[in-house]
Design a protein around this ligand. Structure first.
Ligand code: SAM
Length: 213
């Protein structure tokens, strides 16, 4: 899949709804203020990085793929920063960013625990990390048998597995929420999403938020 094809999905009604739904959940968990700094780990084409910048955050996107980063750079204002790097060894000092966000990226990293430890290390205040949920309708549609499309070769996790990744790290108030309960994006899916509390662990995105101690 090309970066342009991937990013175009966010301009479809379904893609925009999924992106906005996931971003809203992450934004609630981060409670960032305008002017705060934010790192988006595994930013891909930078849709979430740009979305955070639209909320007046000082946003940096990081990804190991130079082609995807080039696309992100071309699509963004010069105020955003783009860094080539690996989540397993983030090229930043400790507590460098007020907030760290990552959506559907750590599930592609070989050593997810190391990546989570790195995220916590560079976080000053709060993080919001989204994984693909094995206990979801999305998994049954897109994740089984090795996955399809952008989900190919991703790891899908349970809430318990996600919690375990934070064991021993300097984190407090760890909370898990989920979003995108019906991934079709139909009118019914949109109405259901508004009525279902995010504490139910069956949405396609499993989001862990917490604070650095
Ligand atoms: C499905 S895309 C998600 C992109 C973006 N977060 C989004 O939701 O649109 C997964 C991203 O994880 C990135 N990725 C894979 N291995 C990584 C690593 N070791 N460190 C950081 N990012 C990685 C890929 O390059 C890709 O851009």
């Amino acid at each position: 899949m090309t970066p342009a094809d991937y990013d175009a999905w966010y301009r479809t009604p379904r893609g925009r709804w999924i992106g906005e739904t996931e971003y809203a959940l992450a934004a609630r968990g981060l409670a960032a203020q305008p002017g705060d700094s934010l790192l988006d780990v595994g930013c891909g084409t930078g849709w979430f990085t740009r979305r955070a910048a639209a909320d007046d955050l000082v946003a940096t996107g990081l990804d190991p793929d130079p082609e995807w980063l080039d696309y992100a750079r071309i699509c963004s204002s010069p105020a955003l920063s783009w860094v080539e790097g690996d989540a397993r060894g983030l090229p930043f000092a400790d507590a460098c960013f007020d907030h760290v966000l990552s959506i559907a990226a750590l599930c592609f990293v070989d050593d997810e625990r190391r990546a989570v430890a790195e995220v916590v290390r560079v976080t000053r205040r709060r993080f919001a990390l989204g994984w693909l949920n094995r206990t979801s309708l999305l998994y049954w549609q897109k994740g089984r048998h090795g996955g399809s499309g952008a989900y190919r070769s991703a790891r899908w996790h349970t809430a318990r597995e996600v919690r375990e990744m934070f064991a021993g790290l300097p984190v407090k108030n760890l909370a898990l929420r989920s979003a995108v309960f019906l991934p079709s994006g139909s009118g019914f899916a949109v109405r259901l999403e508004r009525g279902v509390p995010g504490v139910l662990p069956w949405g396609g995105l499993l989001l862990a938020t917490g604070e650095k101690t």
